[in-house]
Write a protein that binds this ligand. Structure first.
Ligand code: HEC
Ligand code: HEC
Length: 366
């Protein structure tokens, strides 16, 4: 029954996104006049979110729980009741996001892949991976045309952020390289963004802010869904480990909300004009209530029109920003059970599939 509900919820997501992509196309036309965002900045925003989620998963889930409660991570995570490997977690979120058909795609690869499928698939990918080793400070990019459609591709370095990255790859029998060190570049993340047709005056069309917001949201939503379903829900049902607010002291899993907020904190420490958070009309933590009229209206809007985000463009000290609120759905029974039972929750009758709140995004538009 629950499985059916979650399939139903997924179908609704896909439908919602197809519908929203359609609306975005029309919006994109309008936005061109207003500027939009350069593909390189869009790719940087997108990459920062993928990287932050990857870092939280690797450090706070895999490395910490491996060390404190000996919870293993394994290629055969399903059979062994273990955690997904960081690469599998990324692949699963990419798959979840790519399935929405919003146009953006991403994947993890390497010049020394344990799994041959993760090797470079074109001369550009090989060159990009080599270049990121020489110039880790900036992504390697290109514009390509496939069947008359234009795409922007960017390859960002993927670093060994924890000891476990290095230890596991160095001792893996299928690893072609066994002398990785902490901090080394182990591979790269490629991001592929579709662009409008170039014109003679505009060779690299900008991407509408609404579309960039869709991309950023898609990554957050996919990480949130995969974390809640594949880590929290699955391991709680098997009584292997639980999610709790005091995850650090308890040696437990982070709450899904803390996973999202911690990745937002990581981005706040970088020089990137992007911010996101979780809000609700029925917050367990009053700090997650709406902070202003825009958020209040946005939350009411997404609760009613579950298909569409609520957004606005603003100017602050002469700089342009884009702000959006997307519905946040109860994707698994764990969401509902924990909130309904929580003594501080103002609402106790959430059901799977309900809109429980909103994901709020805020970023700078050039
Ligand atoms: C417990 C073992 C383990 C840990 C920890 C681990 N990896 Fe991997 N990694 C693998 C395996 C196995 C694959 C292949 C997965 C697949 O089948 O796609 C992989 C895939 C990758 C890939 C894609 C290329 C390839 O080798 O197939 C990259 C890049 C990568 N890992 C980097 C990292 C980084 C960076 C970290 C730390 C954040 C990390 N890995 C942590 C085992 C591990
Ligand atoms: C094990 C308990 C637990 C689970 C599972 C859980 N939450 Fe929460 N959630 C909380 C707590 C506690 C907070 C408040 C965190 C804080 O202090 O900021 C929270 C925060 C939130 C917020 C921000 C508003 C608020 O209530 O403070 C939203 C929205 C939300 N959760 C939705 C979800 C969704 C959707 C899921 C499933 C994907 C989920 N939660 C899973 C306990 C849980």
């Amino acid at each position: 029954m629950l499985r059916k509900l979650s399939v139903l919820a997924n179908t609704t997501f896909v439908f919602a996104f197809l519908l929203f992509s359609f609306i975005s196309i029309r919006q994109a036309q309008a936005d061109k006049i207003n500027g939009g965002i350069s593909p390189i900045l869009a790719a940087e925003y997108i990459h920062s979110v993928i990287e932050a989620n990857r870092t939280i998963y690797s450090e706070v889930i895999v490395e910490r729980l491996g060390a404190t409660i000996a919870l293993p991570s394994s290629e055969n995570w399903e059979q062994e009741n273990a955690l997904l490997l960081p690469a599998q977690f990324l692949a699963k979120t990419a798959q979840h996001s790519n399935k929405k058909g919003i146009g953006m795609r991403y994947r993890l690869m390497s010049l020394w892949p344990i799994n041959k499928k993760n090797g470079p698939q074109s001369p550009f990918e090989t060159k990009g991976l080599q270049e990121t080793l020489k110039n880790p400070g900036k992504p390697f990019t290109q514009l390509i045309s496939v069947n008359g459609k234009q795409f922007f591709q960017a390859i960002f370095p993927d670093k060994a952020v924890t000891k476990s990255c290095v230890e596991c790859h160095n001792k893996h029998p299928q690893s072609p390289k066994q002398n990785f060190k902490l901090g080394d570049i182990m591979g790269g993340i490629i991001i592929n963004l579709p662009l409008d047709k170039p014109t003679s005056t505009n060779k690299t069309p900008r991407i509408a802010s609404e579309v960039v917001a869709d991309y950023i949201h898609s990554i957050l939503d996919s990480n949130r869904a995969v974390y809640a379903e594949t880590i929290v829900d699955r391991l709680q049902k098997k009584k292997i480990v639980f999610a709790s607010e005091n995850w650090w002291e308890d040696n437990t899993l982070l709450l899904p909300a803390q996973f999202l907020l911690d990745s937002s904190d990581l981005i706040a420490h970088q020089n990137i004009a992007l911010d996101f958070k979780l809000i609700s009309l029925w917050p367990i933590n009053p700090q997650n209530g709406s902070a202003n009229e825009f958020e209040r209206n946005g939350l009411q809007y997404v609760a009613q029109h579950q298909m569409r985000p609520y957004f606005k463009k603003t100017t602050l000290s002469g700089k342009k920003f884009f702000e959006a609120i997307y519905p946040d759905f109860a994707v698994t029974s764990a969401c509902v059970e924990c909130h309904n039972q929580h003594p501080k929750s103002p609402k106790k009758d959430f059901k799977t599939g309900d809109v429980m709140g909103g994901i709020s995004l805020f970023f700078r538009v050039e």
